[in-house]
Structures are given as structure tokens and as C-alpha cells.
Design a protein. Structure first.
Length: 289
């Protein structure tokens, strides 16, 4: 969350810009359609039902990069959230303030055709396809607003790092237990065909039941598949565990640091799958073919 592009001259004080939907080229809409079609090969029976329902509810399959105004009108009617355009990553305080006011800031640019599998900065595909469907779920929508408010508070405690881990391991890379088995709901997973399979099926990563304090102690990978995934039992449980806990004493204990490596397993963990870490040990994304 820390580094961000220079504020563009045309941006508003809250860093929002016009999405300029009319300016997307045919090739850019095509990138969206290609990615969408790829994900549809892997997400049925892997993504959480709330995510798949959200895609339907917002008609995200209608083709091409969505117009933020149009999907915001539909989303607002469901849960009161809107999607606003930003040039890319924005400062933490600006980001949290948007979430706290039920606005999801989404990058308006789309990756190039040679970046289909991996990009560093979140683009409109990651932000809208990955994040926005879950905002149609009333409980998850409330969690995201609460997270924004908690984010503003964490800045006053110099504890952003620990709170950022919570976003990372839930909003971006979360798994959920369902009656039909494990499902993915994290935006970073559902927007990646490869990680959608890896997170659920690969023997490498550790999968443990989500515990708030344990999670906030844990470092994470930003440049490769996760080494550990935290599994929630329900969005409601996640919401209650975070909203009903005063983070101030936790922040004081954690001191803005992580004391667990991404691949660490502790004796008190409730382990669903003890990962082999074979993928990471081979060198992950950087291993030679
Ligand atoms: N309860 C948290 C606090 O005291 C705020 C929070 C709520 C953080 C939900 C994240 C998610 O700061
Ligand atoms: Co994201």
C-alpha cells in the first residue's frame, strides 16, 4: 500500500479522476474480454458463491471494460458502494478514506496484452473484476467499510503494517470454507487463473484457519503466490472478529512488526493443509523452467 504514483495534475483532492470510458481502445476492451474468458474456465467450483453471484448481479460478463458509472448505480442499489477511478495506487490515508465512505478506488488503466499473467500495479481488471463482485455481499461490504475506518485509526498508531496484513490475507488472498469445500474469495486470487488453482489445489502452500492476531503477526509475499492462505468460516465471523476487537492493545504488542515468516507454522495453528513449500523452494515464479 505504500508506494504510489505522482498525483496527476488532473486528479481531484481525493485523487479521483474521470474514468474516461470512451477513450478505451478496442484492443483494451479485448484485453478485458480475454482475461474474463480465461477466468471463467477456472472459477466455477473454485470461487466463492458470493463472488460468482456478484459477477452476475453487476452483469460483468456483458463484454469490455465496465463503465464505472453504470456498475456503480447497480452496486449502490445493492449495498451502497460506488466505484471511483484513480490513476493507480493512492496514499494510504486517501485509500482508507474512500473505503470508509463506501467508495472503492479502482485503477482506470488496463494491462498490456503481454502482461496478461502478471502485473505489479493493480489495473482495472484486478480492481473491478477482482474486488467489486464481493462488494455486492452485504456483510463483506460492511467489512470493507469497517476496514477503511480501521485503516485511518491504524495510521494514528503507526501500525499500518499489521493492518495491511489483514487486508492482504483476507481481501486479497482469502479462502473460505463452504459446504462444498474450500473456495477462494480474495481479489488477488480470483483475478489470476494460475493462483486460483494454486491456492486451492497445489500441495505447496499452507492452509490454516484464520486467527486474527496470528494473521497480523505474519509477513507476506507481494511478488509471488502466497506461501500461506488463511481460511475463514464465514464473512460474518470475519466481520465480528475484526469489528468487535479493539486493535489498539494488539498494535501495542505487535509494535508495527511481523514476527512470523510467510511459511511459518505454529503449534497453536489449526492446520487444514500442511504445505510442502515445494513451489517456493524451487524458486517460485523465478525458477528457471
Ligand atoms: N476494530 C478495529 C480497530 O479497533 C477496526 C477494524 C475493523 C479493522 C474491521 C479492520 C476491520 O481498529
Ligand atoms: Co487488490
Amino acid at each position: 500500500m505504500n508506494n504510489y504514483s505522482e498525483k496527476s495534475a488532473h486528479a481531484n483532492d481525493d485523487w479521483t479522476i474521470d474514468q474516461a470510458w470512451e477513450s478505451y481502445s478496442k484492443a483494451e476492451h479485448q484485453v478485458w474480454d480475454t482475461l474474463y474468458a480465461r477466468l471463467m474456465q477456472v472459477l466455477p467450483n473454485r470461487a466463492a458463491p458470493e463472488f460468482l453471484n456478484g459477477l452476475e448481479a453487476l452483469n460483468l460478463h456483458r463484454g469490455g471494460i465496465p463503465n464505472f458509472e453504470a456498475i456503480s448505480d447497480e452496486l449502490e442499489a445493492l449495498t451502497g458502494w460506488r466505484v471511483v477511478a484513480v490513476p493507480g495506487l493512492v496514499p494510504d490515508e486517501v485509500f482508507f478514506d474512500h473505503l470508509a465512505n463506501r467508495r472503492f478506488p479502482a485503477g482506470n488503466f488496463i494491462r498490456k496484452p503481454d502482461q496478461l499473467d502478471y502485473i505489479q500495479e493493480p489495473d482495472v481488471f484486478h480492481d473491478v473484476f477482482g474486488h467489486v463482485p464481493m462488494l455486492t455481499d452485504p456483510v463483506f461490504a460492511d467489512y470493507m467499510e469497517a476496514y477503511g475506518k480501521g485503516g485511518l485509526r491504524s495510521l494514528r498508531h503507526a501500525s499500518l503494517k499489521n493492518l495491511a496484513a489483514l487486508y492482504w490475507y483476507t481481501v486479497e488472498f482469502g479462502l473460505i470454507q463452504t459446504d462444498n469445500g474450500l473456495r477462494i474469495y480474495g481479489a488477488g486470487i480470483v483475478s489470476s487463473p494460475a493462483e486460483s488453482k494454486f491456492a486451492l489445489e497445489d500441495p505447496s502452500p499452507i492452509r490454516i484457519v484464520c486467527d486474527l492476531v496470528r494473521l497480523m503477526r505474519t509477513d507476506y509475499r507481494i511478488d509471488d503466490f502466497q506461501q500461506t492462505y488463511f481460511v475463514i468460516n464465514s464473512y460474518d465471523e470475519l466481520f465480528r472478529a475484526t469489528v468487535d476487537t479493539d486493535f489498539a492493545p494488539l498494535y501495542a504488542d505487535l509494535k508495527g512488526e511481523f514476527d512470523l515468516r510467510p511459511e511459518h507454522v505454529t503449534t497453536s495453528d489449526s492446520v487444514l493443509h500442511l504445505g510442502s513449500q515445494a513451489y517456493a523452494e524451487r524458486g517460485g515464479r523465478f525458477a528457471d523452467a
